[in-house]
Ligand binder design. Structure first.
Ligand code: PRE
Length: 101
């Protein structure tokens, strides 16, 4: 690898590291929100998952991905992965919370 390529790779990796840091911060904020949703659902006896809400989110994210030239199938897979983890958290919270009814 020549010097110019080495410099370009280092610069691109710096941007990748910044983007990865932003993703971690964004995900941390999203999980803080969903933890609150989980507590609210558990306290009021709501089901952990909401398939209709997920349907709307997937349709919206797929459209946004297309606009942004990101593979919509990847966007859907990514959201589904995150939501599965959220539902798992919701179930754990529900197991530790008495229902308000
Ligand atoms: O909006 C909700 O009801 C949530 O519990 C949050 C969330 C999400 O992570 O976006 C998670 C689980 C539901 O199935 C739908 C959406």
């Amino acid at each position: 690898m020549d010097d110019a390529a080495r410099t370009e790779l280092a610069s691109l990796r710096k941007s990748i590291d910044n983007i990865d840091a932003a993703l971690v911060h964004l995900l941390a904020e999203r999980f803080k929100c969903t933890q609150s949703v989980g507590r609210l659902k558990a306290a009021t006896g709501m089901a952990p998952s909401d398939p209709e809400r997920e349907r709307v989110q997937i349709a919206r994210l797929r459209a946004l991905a297309e606009e942004a030239e990101l593979d919509p199938a990847f966007a859907e897979k990514f959201l589904t992965f995150i939501v599965a983890e959220v539902i798992h958290h919701h179930e754990q919270i529900a197991g530790q919370t008495p229902h308000a009814e």
